[in-house]
Write a protein that binds this ligand. Structure first.
Ligand code: M6R
Length: 583
C-alpha cells in the first residue's frame, strides 16, 4: 500500500532509492517518483506507471540524499501529478497512508488555494511549509499532531542533507548501512544493505543524516529505539530462474511449511500458557489470511471441540463483537500490517481477549500487539497473490489446534515432500486452458475443501480477472446452479473420503446442466468413479485434515497457469497491492 524509501550517505541517492523502490513495488505500482538533493536544492522526477518507467530520467538526479515512492492510489487517480513526491516551498515528501481529515485541514488552513494534485498527501507538505519557522523537525511534529488517519512520511528540506521521518499506523523502519542510513516501509527493501534496523513506533519521529540516526517523541524529546537484526536477505528476493515470483513462491510452499513447523516448537510453551482458560476462539484476517482462518475454525472445532469462528477483520472490528477474557483472538496476517487486522487485534486486546498473531513478519505492528506470536516462516513473499504464506499459515494454525487439545501432529512432517510432489507433478495445464476461455469459474467443496475452494477462487479472480466464486458444494443447488451453463467451469475439490460421494453429487448436477466440470482429488475411489467422464487432477494422498496443504498448491498452480495463458502479470495484478495498510 505505497512503498517509501530514502537514503542519505556517501553513494548516489537516485540509484539507491530507485533500487529500493523496485523491491517495494509489490506495495503499489500505479506511479512512482524520486526526489534528490543536489547543491542544496531538491529535484523531483515522478511519473504514472511502474518504477522502471522512471529509469532514464532519474539518471539526471545527482546527489547523496534522496527519497522515493511507489504508489497505490487512494485519493486521486494514478497520474504524473498525483504521483509522489509532493513539494511545497522548501519541503518535499513521500507519504504512505491516508489522511482522513485532509479536506477539513485544507478548508481551515488553505481555503482559497488551488492545490496541484487531488491527493490527500499534498496538504501535509503544504502545512509543514506553512508552519516552518526555522526548525523543520518541529514543523513536521506540529503537522503530525493535526493529522487523522495513517501515515509514514519521509520529508526533505532544502539545504538539509538528511531525512525527517514520522510514523503513525503505517510501517517504517530505519536501516543502518556502511555507506549511509536508510528509511523504508519494510525490511526486505533493505536486504543486503543493512544488517541492522530500528522499527519506528506510532508517533515516533526520526532524523536521519549520513552519520547518525536520532529518534524523538511527539514532544521532540529524544528517545531510544533498539537496533534489531535485519533477517531479510537479498538472495530471497532472487527469482531463481522463474519468470514470476508467483511461480517461485508456489515452489517454496514446501519450504514454508517445513520452516514453520520447525519454528513452532519455540512458541509452544508460551502459546499453551496463553490458551489456558480459553473457551472460545475467533480467527480473524483479510483475504487469504481470512481464508486460512476458515480452515483453522474447522481444525479447532473438530480437534478440540472448542467453539471457533472465522471473522473478516474489517467486519469484526466494527460490529461490536462479543469478546471477553475467555476468548482467544488469532489474528492472521502475512504482512502483520494490514490495517483492519491490526485494528481487530487492538480491539480484541482492549476487550480482554488473548491475542495471538500468526504472521510472516517478525517486526510488524501485529507482533507488537499480540500476547504470543506464532511465526509463519515463509520468507519474503513478493507476488501480490499470497501463496506460500497461505500454506505456512495453515501449518501454523494446524499446529496451534493440535496443541490446544494435545493431538498428535507428527503427520505434518511428511507434508513438505508431498507438497513438492504436488507442485512438480500436478498437470494443471489443460484445466487452465478450459478456465482461460470460461466466462466464470466456480470452486466447490465441502468442509475443508470448501475453505480451500474459497481461496482457489480468490487466487484465480485476483490474477486472471475471471469472475469466480468459492461455494460449499451442497449449496450449489440452492441458487448458484442457476449460473451454470456451457460457458462456466466448476472445479470440485474432493479430499475427504467420507464426503466424496456427497461432493460428487455436485459434479453430476453441473454435468446435467451442460457445465464444464473438473475434479481435484486424492480420494482414489472418487478418481476411479469419475475418470473418463470429467477431467480428474490427482494430487498425493494424505489425511483429509492435511489435504488443504496439497489442494492449495494445486489451485495456486491453476490460477498461475491460467494467468499466463491470458498474458496477465500474476505478480502485479491490476488495482491491487500486497500490504493493505489503509482501511
Ligand atoms: O498481509 P495480509 O496477510 O494481512 O494480507 C491480507 C490480504 O490483503 C491478502 O491476503 C490478499 O487477499 C492477497 N492478495 C490474496 O492473494
Amino acid at each position: 500500500m505505497c512503498g517509501i524509501v530514502g537514503f542519505t550517505g556517501t553513494k548516489d541517492a537516485a540509484q539507491t532509492v530507485y533500487e529500493g523502490l523496485k523491491r517495494l513495488e509489490y506495495r503499489g505500482y500505479d506511479s512512482a517518483g524520486v526526489a534528490v538533493m543536489s547543491g542544496g536544492e531538491i529535484n523531483v522526477v515522478k511519473k504514472r506507471g511502474r518504477v522502471s518507467g522512471l529509469g532514464g530520467e532519474i539518471l539526471g538526479l545527482h546527489g547523496n540524499t534522496g527519497i522515493g515512492h511507489t504508489r497505490w492510489a487512494t485519493h486521486g487517480e494514478p497520474s504524473d501529478i498525483n504521483a509522489h513526491p509532493h513539494s511545497s516551498g522548501r519541503f518535499t515528501l513521500v507519504h504512505n497512508g491516508i489522511i482522513e481529515n485532509f479536506a477539513e485541514l485544507k478548508e481551515k488552513f488553505f481555503p482559497n488555494t488551488a492545490f496541484v494534485s487531488q491527493t490527500d498527501s499534498e496538504i501535509i507538505v503544504r502545512l509543514i511549509d506553512k508552519f516552518f519557522d526555522g526548525n523543520a523537525l518541529a514543523a513536521v511534529a506540529k503537522v503530525s499532531a493535526l493529522l487523522k488517519g495513517s501515515y509514514a512520511l519521509a520529508v526533505m528540506c532544502t539545504g538539509f542533507e538528511g531525512i525527517i521521518v514520522v510514523k503513525y499506523k503505517s510501517p517504517a523502519v530505519v536501516g543502518y548501512g556502511t555507506d549511509g542510513n536508510y528509511i523504508a516501509s519494510d525490511c526486505p527493501a533493505l536486504a543486503g544493505l543493512c544488517k541492522e534496523i530500528s522499527v519506528l513506533e506510532d508517533g515516533d519521529l526520526a532524523v536521519i543524516t549520513p552519520s547518525e540516526v536520532k529518534f524523538y517523541g511527539g514532544d521532540l524529546k529524544e528517545i531510544r529505539r533498539v537496533k534489531k537484526r535485519n533477517h531479510a536477505i537479498s538472495a530471497a528476493l532472487d527469482l531463481c530462474g522463474c519468470p514470476y515470483y508467483m511461480l517461485k513462491e508456489i515452489r517454496e510452499n514446501a519450504a514454508a511449511v517445513k520452516a514453520t513447523v520447525k519454528a513452532f516448537s519455540s512458541v509452544k510453551k508460551n502459546l499453551k500458557a496463553a490458551l489456558v482458560g480459553v473457551n472460545r476462539v475467533i480467527i480473524t484476517g483479510c483475504g487469504t489470511a481470512y481464508n486460512s482462518g476458515l480452515i483453522a475454525k474447522r481444525y479447532i472445532e473438530s480437534f478440540a471441540h472448542i467453539p471457533a469462528e472465522a471473522e473478516i477483520a474489517g467486519e469484526f472490528r466494527y460490529k461490536n463483537p462479543v469478546v471477553g477474557s475467555g476468548t482467544a483472538v488469532i489474528a492472521v496476517s502475512q504482512s502483520g500490517e494490514t490495517a483492519d487486522t491490526v485494528g481487530a487485534a487492538e480491539l480484541s486486546k482492549s476487550l480482554g481477549a488473548k491475542v495471538i498473531a500468526v504472521t510472516n513478519a517478525p517486526y510488524s505492528a501485529l507482533t507488537r500487539i499480540a500476547d504470543v506470536v506464532v511465526p509463519v516462516e515463509a520468507g519474503p513473499e513478493i507476488c501480490v497473490a499470497a501463496t506460500k504464506s497461505y500454506t505456512g499459515q495453515i501449518a501454523a494454525l494446524y499446529l496451534t489446534a493440535c496443541l490446544i487439545c494435545g493431538r498428535d501432529s507428527s503427520e505434518i512432517n511428511s507434508l513438505p515432500e508431498l507438497i513438492n510432489s504436488t507442485v512438480e507433478h500436478t498437470d494443471i495445464n489443460s484445466l487452465a486452458q478450459i478456465c482461460a476461455s470460461a466466462n466464470g469459474v466456480y470452486f466447490l467443496g465441502r468442509d475443508l475443501d470448501y475453505a480451500v475452494a474459497v481461496e482457489g477462487s480468490l487466487k484465480l479472480k485476483e490474477i486472471t480477472y475471471i469472475q469466480s466464486e468459492g461455494y460449499p458444494a451442497g449449496e450449489l443447488k440452492h441458487g448458484t446452479l442457476a449460473l451454470i451453463g456451457e460457458d462456466k467451469v466448476a472445479v470440485v475439490l474432493i479430499t475427504d473420503k467420507e464426503l466424496a460421494a456427497k461432493s460428487e453429487n455436485a459434479v453430476e448436477q453441473v454435468l446435467s446442466r451442460h457445465g464444464k466440470v473438473a475434479v481435484i482429488t486424492n480420494v482414489a475411489e472418487c478418481a476411479e468413479r469419475l475418470s473418463g467422464r470429467v477431467p480428474v487432477i490427482p494430487i498425493p494422498a494424505c489425511s483429509a485434515e492435511l489435504s488443504p496443504l496439497l489442494s492449495a498448491a494445486a489451485v495456486q498452480l491453476l490460477a498461475y497457469r491460467t494467468a499466463i495463458i491470458l498474458k496477465r502479470d500474476p505478480d502485479k495484478p491490476r488495482n491491487l497491492a500486497k500490504s493493505v495498510t489503509v482501511e
